[in-house]
Design a protein around this ligand. Sequence first.
Ligand code: SF4
Length: 707
Amino acid sequence: ATRPGRTPRDVATHCPYCALQCGMTLREDDGVVTVHPRQFPTNRGGLCQKGWTAAELLDHPERLTTPLVRDPATGELRPASWDAALDRVVAGIRAVQRDAGRDAVAVFGGGGLTNEKAYALGKFARIGLRTRHIDYNGRFCMSSAAAAGMRAFGIDRGLPFPLADLGRADTLLLVGANPAETMPPLVRWLTEQRRAGGRLIVVDPRVTATARQADLHLQPLPGTDLAVANALLHIALTEGWVDRAYVAERTTGFEAVRRGVAAWWPARAEQLSGVPVADLEATARALGTGGRVIILTARGAEQHAKGVDTVTAYVNLALALGLPGRAGSGYGCLTGQGNGQGGREHGQKADQLPGYRRIDDPAARAHVAGVWGVPADELPGPGVPAYQLLDSLGTPDGPRALLVFGSNPVVSAPRAARIEGRLRDLDLLVVADLLLSETAALADVVLPTAQWAEEDGTMTNLEGRVLRRRALRPPPPGVRTDLAIIADLAARLAATEAPGARPEAVAAARFPTDPAAVFAELRRASAGGAADYAGISWERIDAADGVYWPCPSGDGPDTPRLFADRFATPDGRARFHPVDHRPAAEEVCATYPLHFTTGRVLAQYQSGTQTRRVPALRRAAPEAFVELHPDLAARLGVDDGDPVRVTSRRGELCAPARLSAGIRPDTVFAPFHYAGAGRANSVTNDAVDPISGMPEFKICAVRVEKA
Ligand code: SF4
């Protein structure tokens, strides 16, 4: 990235992409920005190719540097001034709200937004727009693990222990996680673990880059991870490996789980999942007789209509073995998006206020309303989860205007063609982004935003460690930060008339544009909540390698490890919940005889808005593909590289075939990073988990044919 004429400088910051938040130094010298790996506890000097190339987007030729407004005469997006663009947004919002009420406007956020932006966006929705409709794309990421953690432990932090614990585990069980492609520097911990004599066991329907490193790979049919977990607990019970003292002292509800898993004898699990009894027994033995044991889940286990119950089955297993809170052991979730953890703590979820408070809790409402300077009874109630929100857009009872910050649901939402249609039906679609994503291309107004290296802020990584993101240089002319856009919109809205609005309330509760001021307010709003940031200052983060929440006092310690003495439930005990296998929302049949599953590749990130535009990453992973077993390909008459069509009840995906003996012959796979004909989410199922709202990205029924 080049911008000549600036003084050379280095800035210690973190990668803009995934939840590992690798430490990096950005160096600007004679206008050229380069990335240098930095020693940081999660990446220890490593970066993946996404991180190495992150600076290439700073001066990318496709970068947006002026607002765009759709010309009603031609239907095209045309450059506009900020005044014209924001006036158009405010006029559109007020027209919709006058006609259909405050909830007719919705906000959709992202798990890549800084803590400050996530906080400001939630506040803006509740007291700027006074709508109950806000949710974010993290609902598509780790919401099932979050819900399972809340109901078992009373708190949701991805890893309740430092990442370094992985390197010391005697047995590490990864379920539906492929860090070798999603977070390559994390693999150093796995290598270290195995060099020290530890055992790595991977549960995944594909022989992934991670599974290839495992001592044991269980390759279940997609959608049967829950049955595998129940069978493992069944074996542990039979063999006497359950930690009875721990269960008695630190948990409640075990008896119902014990009765439930009694029916999951290993042969039954083998019949359902295809995992041999011998492998189930070997896994249970490693978990039940190992010293330090860690069980981790990720999207493969979580992105199901039974995702919460699937994660709960692994939490039950961990609790029965006495792992959570024991030194070097435990259960955790590998969060995906850069601020997937912090993004779910500060109020951009439909049911939540800052500090991980429930929006329907009167005490929480009173506390946050006090910080915001509004009466508590003026805060809207809970909205609906992301997919339900997106699927209601433009319908008679749904919102008619949507503001999107840092998300690209046209590519990332399940049943994407339907969601694309919903977005087209809106009276007003506003997208704030740095590039013209597929969602932005549909918008009535596009607002160009600053990038990660152009503004300060904080992120919270997969360990619950709060980090500093530091600005290297200001945004280019014509570009504004999300915080500045939110503040400007709030001020303009406050100056307008609307049914039931109290402009003075909005004006009184200011929307600072300085991220340090927003963070100071966030600390007060989070104080006393589960995710308590009250004692975390930027200075304290600077003085250490980040600060772990909860951290209620500036004088007191932070919390790298949770659950050593008690869980975050009223009685301090963890909760078992009996869970049982149930079929996927859509099963294979004569017309759609194959299972379809989705995932990631190393060189792309999320919906690909950014990484598909980086030349080196585009060269490494230029297009979608459909992975299928050679036996299946032979039956279909497909050779490697042939274009194939994958069709479900919802749509189709066309991409070249990639033959691999590492996938089950009854299952096909495609990465979800791509748009157009290669859009995997054209095919995926929009059935959702009843508790978390997580869509069933990881399994549906398809047929495959040569295109
Ligand atoms: Fe690290 Fe993730 Fe960035 Fe890769 S994408 S450099 S693993 S933070």
